[in-house]
Design a protein around this ligand. Structure first.
Ligand code: GLY
Ligand code: MN
Ligand code: MN
Length: 508
């Protein structure tokens, strides 16, 4: 093995320690382990729902091979990875959540005849199963080895739990490329969710190149699969709604932690971090993680829409805006914002601004019902905010002009959207067609946020001084039912009076 400057850079990661290489060591470390349990796990509750999701996507792409990767481990820095989180389309179609399964790929193989359940595809999950104790992987692989990261499931275990056929990752290449080619010439057309796993992209691209498939056309076809998988998530099934309810319940716990941590936050030079970490403890103890970086913003920082530095102080007399969501172990996330007074009581001007946001939220809730368009929810909130701003003399034009296509002046103080779909991704269904998203009709089973806000920056000369340095957002997550918007986040108070009472109670 070359040493010194002749040693390739890629090998130097092993310089800090090396396992023994002797045959005696390998034999010894591979021996004297208790046998593994042969009991297979029970069928997961999500298995049937995931099968229905696969059947729906199968029906859209008859006769084609569909390839949906989970994605690889991602490097944070040098040889340290982030915790693994599978791609959302993969999680949706398999039901697999936390930690499952780096480098795995779901392949849906078209069937000549429909299966007993009517599906036109057979799904197989390719992954790296638990390696035996007699392999190098067991003790010497810090990314995948059981000694380092704990045991992976076996092929049989995943099959039993999720009801999907399984195969070793080493069989993936043949499964993806066999008979692949131009459909018109008798080949099997392959569609891939691209840019999730670059190794799988390369595998498919090489196969396409070798079989004369038009790469540009294939790219368009791949995009249609990604789009369809995103649109499949526009309506949540019962399992998904239950997952979201759990994520929301954990998020409520996180907000309660925050209120209890306020004395410590006020005493610390980076009080916003105290708030952020009070929430994070609920995220990790009750769920998998935060679904996105927590925004813990006091005073003027609340007017910075993506304030995630969270290194400011927390001061009496100011408003604290917290936008946070727990991601459940199933990978579904909540997305909630509350804006509360650090000292427990809103000042009159803070209350005036808060109430305008609350009124806009109520207008948006009223518009969030089946048959309306998604864009109507935003329009209702915008008109309401424009009316409030006009009543305070802040709009340079009439309300009608402001809300017209030629206006938009009110958006100076509310530049973001009012709603986005919510689910496995905080901004869920992001690849859905415009006609089904912002221009789409609201349907039962949709889950989205309602999150109007007003943000008056400290250097905004277009507003009176007393408004400056105040940012307010109120964000709830709603489930659309036949009756309209059911507020899934109603366990957290919304009005100033309710919030003050809630804070007083938690302060004990
Ligand atoms: N926290 C991200 C959002 O509200 O959209
Ligand atoms: Mn949101
Ligand atoms: Mn949010």
């Amino acid at each position: 093995m070359p040493e010194g400057e002749n040693q390739p850079l890629g090998e130097r990661v092993t310089n800090r320690s090396q396992p023994p290489r002797s045959a005696a060591f390998k034999e010894f470390i591979g021996s004297q382990w208790a046998p593994r349990s042969e009991q297979l796990p029970a069928r997961a509750e999500v298995a049937e729902a995931a099968a229905r999701r696969r059947a729906a996507i199968s029906a859209k792409f008859p006769g084609e091979r569909l390839v949906i990767p989970a994605g690889p481990l991602k490097v944070r820095s040098n040889d340290v990875d982030y915790r693994f989180r599978p791609h959302s389309a993969f999680a949706h179609l398999t039901g697999l959540g936390v930690d499952h399964e780096p480098d795995a790929v779901l392949v849906m193989e078209p069937l000549a005849e429909p299966a007993a359940d009517g599906s036109g595809h057979e799904a197989t999950l390719y992954f790296r199963p638990l390696a035996g104790r007699d392999t190098d992987q067991f003790y010497s692989d810090p990314r995948y080895g059981e000694f380092w990261v704990g045991p992976q499931p076996t092929l049989e275990e995943i099959h039993a739990e999720y009801g999907i056929a399984t195969a070793d990752l080493s069989e993936l290449e043949v499964a993806v490329t066999k008979n692949a080619g131009n459909r018109a010439l008798g080949g099997v057309q392959v569609r891939l969710v691209r840019e999730v796993d670059l190794n799988v992209d390369a595998l498919v691209d090489t196969s396409r190149y070798n079989t004369g498939v038009d790469l540009e056309q294939a790219d368009t076809q791949d995009a249609a699969l990604t789009e369809a998988l995103s649109e499949l998530r526009l309506i949540k099934d019962e399992v998904e709604v239950a997952n979201l309810r759990r994520a929301i319940a954990a998020t409520v716990t996180g907000f309660e932690n925050i209120i209890r941590a306020l004395p410590a936050a006020k005493a610390h030079r980076r009080g916003e971090r105290v708030v952020e970490t009070a929430f994070f403890s609920a995220a990790r103890t009750e769920g998998n993680d935060v679904g996105y970086e927590t925004i813990a913003a006091c005073g003027n920082n609340a007017t910075v829409l993506h304030w995630i530095r969270n290194d400011g102080t927390v001061r009496d007399g100011e408003l604290m805006l917290v936008d946070a969501g727990v991601e459940d172990d199933t990978l579904y996330t909540a997305d909630i914002t509350r804006t509360f007074p650090v000292d427990g009581t809103y000042t009159p001007v803070q209350k005036r601004i808060y109430d305008a946001v609350l009124t806009a939220s109520e207008a948006a809730f009223a518009a969030a019902k089946p048959g309306n368009r998604f864009r109507d929810v935003h329009a209702a909130a915008m008109r309401s905010l424009a009316e409030s701003l006009d009543s305070w003399g802040l709009l340079p034009v009439s309300v009608e002009e402001a809300v017209s296509d030629e206006g938009g002046q009110h958006r100076r103080w509310m530049p973001h959207g009012t709603s986005h779909h919510l689910g496995l991704d905080v901004h869920d269904c992001a690849q859905a067609k415009r006609e089904l998203y912002i221009d789409g009709i609201i349907e039962e089973g949709m889950v989205f946020t309602i999150e109007p806000g007003l943000y008056f920056k400290e250097d905004d000369l277009a507003v009176p001084e007393e408004y400056r340095g105040i940012g307010v957002r109120l964000e709830d997550d709603v489930l659309i039912t036949a009756d309209g918007a059911q507020n899934l986040t109603a366990a957290l108070p919304r009005t100033t009076e309710e919030i003050e009472a809630w804070m007083a109670e938690l302060a004990g």
